[in-house]
Design a protein around this ligand. Structure first.
Ligand code: NI
Length: 257
């Protein structure tokens, strides 16, 4: 069964048909979904989804774009929710310098604090890193000086050199719809280079729908397009990709049943 390692079904884009869509996941071959929290205000919605659907698990954390709304109270909540039986990771956390709001220091502070929570709770982390390759890697290396539970660089968008750094730390790369885009040469090189044992399937739904649905609302039902693209690049079967990425996800997210 397909293991969807990164989706945002709490997003308002799913308000109209969320229930119907999620009800059809298992019969369409999607066995497990991690709903990843992005904004501080939405943490409870991820928990509600995880409590309602047996096949949905949650990741709690605050996205760097929302670093300004992170405070001690939210931080305490993240920490407390890590004890929840269906919370399996801390995320998504990291650095995003695309919309440079001049809060890089703040982003770094909260990234490190949330990584510390993951470390203490022995939970894996889900990292978002966009246009912040150097800082992310430097912080990761500092943080890795201590003991770390594993993690994934979600929606991996850097080149082979960066991939080598993360793979050598034993981390996973999250691969989604971008791989099917015609201009994804760099990502295709990364997928060819990385061992299948360190790749995870993800959509980042509702964003980043693969070809032929590019530009439309994305959902985990589109993951076969991504798995097929990986299979072609690596010269293995579609089934092998689905099976390997599920095993990888279960190895990383050990609280998933
Ligand atoms: Ni995301």
């Amino acid at each position: 069964m397909i293991f969807e390692s990164h989706a945002h079904y709490d997003d308002p884009a799913f308000d109209e048909d969320r229930e119907e869509l999620l009800a059809g996941m298992e019969e369409n071959g999607v066995g497990r979904i991690i709903n990843v929290c992005a904004e501080a205000a939405d943490i409870s919605r991820t928990i509600a989804l995880a409590e309602r659907y047996p096949f949905i698990y949650g990741a709690v954390g605050v996205h760097p774009d929302d670093a300004d709304s992170l405070n001690e109270k939210v931080f305490e909540e993240i920490y407390r929710l890590c004890f929840h039986e269906k919370v399996v990771a801390v995320g998504e956390i990291g650095l995003d310098y695309h919309w440079d709001k001049g809060n890089h220091l703040r982003q770094k502070k909260w990234f490190c604090s949330q990584m510390e929570v993951a470390r203490e709770m022995k939970l894996p982390f889900i990292i978002h890193s966009r246009e912040a390759a150097e800082d992310t890697l430097r912080l990761m290396k500092e943080l890795r000086a201590g003991e770390m539970s594993g993690g994934v660089i979600h929606c991996f968008s850097y080149g082979k050199e960066m991939a080598r750094e993360y793979l050598s730390m034993g981390l996973y790369l999250g691969i989604g719809g971008v791989l099917t885009f015609p201009n994804a040469r760099r990502l295709k090189e990364v997928v060819a280079y990385a061992p299948l044992e360190q790749l995870l399937l993800e959509t980042d739904s509702p964003y980043l729908a693969p070809t032929p649905h590019r530009g439309k609302r994305n959902s985990s039902l589109n993951l076969p397009y991504v798995a097929e693209a990986i299979a072609q690049i690596k010269g293995v079967s579609y089934e092998q990709v689905v099976q390997a990425t599920e095993e990888n996800a279960r190895r990383l997210f050990t609280k998933v049943k």
